[in-house]
Design a protein around this ligand. Structure first.
Ligand code: HEC
Ligand code: HEC
Ligand code: HEC
Ligand code: HEC
Ligand code: HEC
Ligand code: HEC
Length: 287
């Protein structure tokens, strides 16, 4: 039964929330008389009846919303467009509506609103995406199957937890038969990366050293301040092999320029952890 009541919508003064996506939140009309289908706190972020919370609790069932607000979410039979607040391209289906921020769609915040890197949903996302002076940034697709679009039946599925599925640089094969430095005494390394949801450890990734003469280091996803990406974790400085005997940070550049320069300074991080061995001035994609 549809209730007809007169409501005064609270003016959104002090409607305080941490804005994740680009939202226009001052459109709550000062007063209006309407057919009310939603509970009073539906547009109040601080209410337990807030529509965002409702959607989350109902497995992100956006199809129901679309039945009245239109398949394009621009009003439909309700006449109320989602775009009045969800101003970004694709409105409520923008990639940062349910996770991530204006910077990118990766947490923080995670699906539960958590923002600390110790929270599993947040973890080391931003350090991977930003990269640093010596490590290149990692694409979402290295660790997830990335949806091309959001919407009913496409994404999300409301499983409330993400699927980690590695590909790309994370699975780079090394010591490939026929390659210039192929070592027949060692196996060909075909990384089979694993993310352990209990321990939050990532193992067998090319990136962290599952390659020929690498350390196959096992980092923990939510410990971003404990030196897990320090020089020497993923591979030795230098690796423990005959050609590297006696080499120091000051000499790497002799064979690994232009990635690294004199004095052991990494000059081009886009050439590091890129799935290719920089050697004698060339990028070897098979090694
Ligand atoms: C049965 C039809 C119907 C369904 C289903 C429906 N809505 Fe609505 N919605 C309306 C109508 C009519 C209004 C305007 C009256 C009101 O605010 O209650 C409205 C208003 C709103 C508003 C306030 C808009 C504004 O500009 O103030 C929001 C937000 C909203 N709906 C979100 C949702 C979401 C999210 C869903 C899915 C979980 C949903 N609606 C499902 C009919 C519907
Ligand atoms: C009155 C402004 C307003 C309108 C209209 C509105 N939203 Fe929202 N919506 C918000 C705000 C504010 C948030 C919280 C964003 C945040 O946490 O930064 C939000 C959050 C959401 C979320 C995220 C849920 C989550 O994971 O936390 C979804 C999905 C969503 N809205 C869908 C809709 C849909 C669908 C409509 C139209 C039917 C709609 N919204 C209309 C203001 C609005
Ligand atoms: C280096 C690997 C890696 C990259 C790159 C990465 N993710 Fe993740 N992502 C993870 C891991 C690990 C989890 C945690 C899964 C878990 O806790 O079960 C996760 C979880 C998530 C979650 C769920 C958060 C929650 O609340 O549980 C979302 C959403 C997500 N990632 C989106 C993205 C997007 C979008 C990008 C790119 C902009 C991205 N990720 C890049 C590894 C990655
Ligand atoms: C309506 C909310 C919502 C929107 C909009 C949304 N996501 Fe998600 N996203 C989720 C949820 C919930 C999950 C957890 C897995 C699931 O339930 O499907 C997730 C998980 C992910 C993951 C982790 C891999 C996976 O599928 O588990 C990636 C990557 C991701 N989203 C990218 C995107 C991109 C890119 C867009 C825009 C095209 C987008 N998301 C739009 C809610 C959303
Ligand atoms: C997160 C893991 C990781 C860390 C930390 C790391 N490396 Fe690497 N490094 C790799 C990988 C993977 C390769 C294999 C080649 C590639 O993909 O660039 C590599 C290759 C190299 C090479 C060979 C040239 C090349 O890029 O192909 C040099 C030299 C090198 N690293 C120096 C360093 C120095 C110096 C540091 C510390 C400042 C460092 N690495 C820290 C993962 C790492
Ligand atoms: C004299 C030339 C030379 C110098 C100097 C040198 N490397 Fe190498 N490096 C090589 C060659 C050749 C390979 C390929 C060897 C192979 O795959 O068997 C290699 C490969 C690597 C790899 C990939 C793992 C491997 O063994 O295949 C890493 C990582 C690496 N070097 C790091 C370093 C670092 C760090 C330094 C400086 C401390 C350094 N190298 C100095 C010649 C050199």
């Amino acid at each position: 039964m549809k209730k007809h009541i007169e409501i005064i919508l609270a003016i959104a003064v002090g409607f305080a929330f941490s804005s994740c996506s680009k939202l226009q939140n001052n459109v709550l009309a000062p007063a209006s008389v309407q057919d009310v289908v939603h509970p009073a706190g539906w547009t109040d972020l601080n209410s337990s009846e807030f529509h965002g919370t409702y959607i989350k609790q109902h497995n992100y069932d956006l199809a129901t919303c679309a039945s009245c607000h239109g398949a394009d979410y621009r009003g439909g039979i309700s006449g109320k467009s989602c775009y009045t607040c969800h101003e970004e391209t694709n409105g409520p289906l923008a990639c940062n509506t349910c996770h991530g921020s204006l910077n990118n769609a990766a947490p923080p915040p995670d699906l539960s609103g958590n923002t600390s890197t110790t929270d599993p949903g947040v973890g080391a996302h931003q350090s991977h995406l930003a990269g640093n002076s010596y490590l290149s940034s990692v694409a979402c697709s290295s660790c997830h199957v990335v949806p091309q679009a959001a919407g009913p039946g496409i994404h999300p599925f409301g499983t409330q937890s993400a699927l980690v599925a590695f590909s790309g640089v994370a699975t780079t094969e090394t010591n490939t038969p026929g390659s210039r430095f192929y070592d027949s005494t060692q196996p060909t390394v075909v990384p089979q990366p694993m993310f352990n949801q209990q321990t939050l450890e990532c193992s067998n990734t090319y990136c962290h050293g599952d390659f020929k003469n690498g350390n196959n280091y096992t980092p923990t996803w939510n410990k971003t301040t404990s030196g897990q990406a320090a020089c020497g974790t993923c591979h030795g400085i230098p690796p423990n092999t005959p050609i590297h005997r006696g080499q120091t940070m000051q000499t790497c550049y002799l064979c690994h320029e232009p990635m690294i320069g004199p004095n052991g300074v990494i000059q081009d991080s886009s050439l590091h952890v890129n799935g290719k061995l920089e050697l004698y001035g060339k990028s070897l994609s098979v090694w």
